[in-house]
Design a protein around this ligand. Structure first.
Ligand SMILES: Nc1nc2c(ncn2[C@@H]2O[C@H](COP(=O)(O)OP(=O)(O)OP(=O)(O)O)[C@@H](O)[C@H]2O)c(=O)[nH]1
Ligand SMILES: [Mg+2]
Length: 241
């Protein structure tokens, strides 16, 4: 099956089977991790935006999204924040009936981690590497309430920065990591400068980090590629707050 078709095959079958849909987004890149086509397809379904990885953003960033999105819950699956509220919302929407809750989202946004956090046990496998969950899996949250974990998928046409920023494609596989990091610096420069304790314009930031971490090539020049990969890795692994 072609990749593009595989994407819609997974998404359509999950939507069809589910009464409630959770779209798991990366709180650091809410707009980038949204998929409007999926949201349009779910118009007739009960729908919750789950902004996961909240531990990596500030309170004021969260407040902004509260105003913009309808039915949104802020969660940190790893820090167990917001998970009781999410559970309560799901129960409310279930209205005492038996329901299946489909969990959709780009790779690495934390779908499996969210499921584990609300099921109370480590039932779904998680990994720092994207594309970890391979097939659909039903997990019990409560009596009559089942969550459907899904493989993170994104449409083939989406290459670009977004999938690198949210870790949908692993840092080690990103082409031109230096360019991706330059663009990441444009939107998240302050956090990155603060994390590594360096200053300067975007290009200088990478050079200064390379020098600070002694990542040099022949002639003592900064190794921009390996430094960019390190920055992207730290970003994707949630080390830069
Ligand atoms: N900081 C932080 N990291 C998180 C959070 N939730 C998940 N992660 C991390 O994000 C990575 C991906 O988590 P998964 O739950 O495997 O993500 P997924 O969406 O199921 O990924 P695929 O199955 O590959 O599509 C793991 O390294 C998790 O530890 C969170 O709330 N905060
Ligand atoms: Mg998963």
């Amino acid at each position: 099956m072609k990749y593009k078709n595989k994407f819609w095959h997974v998404v359509n079958s999950v939507i069809e089977k589910s009464d409630i849909i959770l779209e798991v987004l990366d709180a650091r890149f809410v707009e980038l991790s949204r998929n409007r086509e999926i949201e349009d397809k779910c118009e007739d379904k009960k729908f919750i935006f789950v902004l996961n990885k909240c531990d990596l953003v500030t309170k004021s960033e969260m407040e902004g999204w509260k105003r913009k999105l309808k039915n949104v819950v802020f969660v940190s699956a790893t820090k167990r924040f917001g998970t009781s509220l999410l559970k309560r919302k799901i129960k409310e929407l279930a209205e005492g009936k038996n329901v299946t809750v489909g969990v959709l989202g780009y790779p690495n946004t934390g779908k499996s981690s969210v499921i584990n956090a609300i099921c109370g046990k480590k039932k779904a496998n998680t990994s720092a590497n994207s594309g970890h969950t391979k097939g659909k899996q039903l997990l019990r949250m409560d009596k009559g309430i089942f969550l459907l974990d899904t493989p993170g998928v994104f449409p083939y046409k989406e290459k670009g920065d977004k999938i690198a920023f949210i870790g949908a494609i692993d840092f080690s596989k990103v082409k031109d990591p230096d360019l991706v990091v330059l663009r990441l610096l444009e939107v998240q420069g302050d956090r990155i400068r603060k994390h590594y304790g360096v200053s300067g314009e975007e290009e200088e930031v990478i050079e200064n980090i390379a020098k600070k971490f002694n990542k040099l090539i022949k002639g003592g020049l900064p190794d921009i590629i390996s430094t960019s990969k390190m920055i992207l890795k730290d970003w994707q692994r949630g080390k830069i707050i």
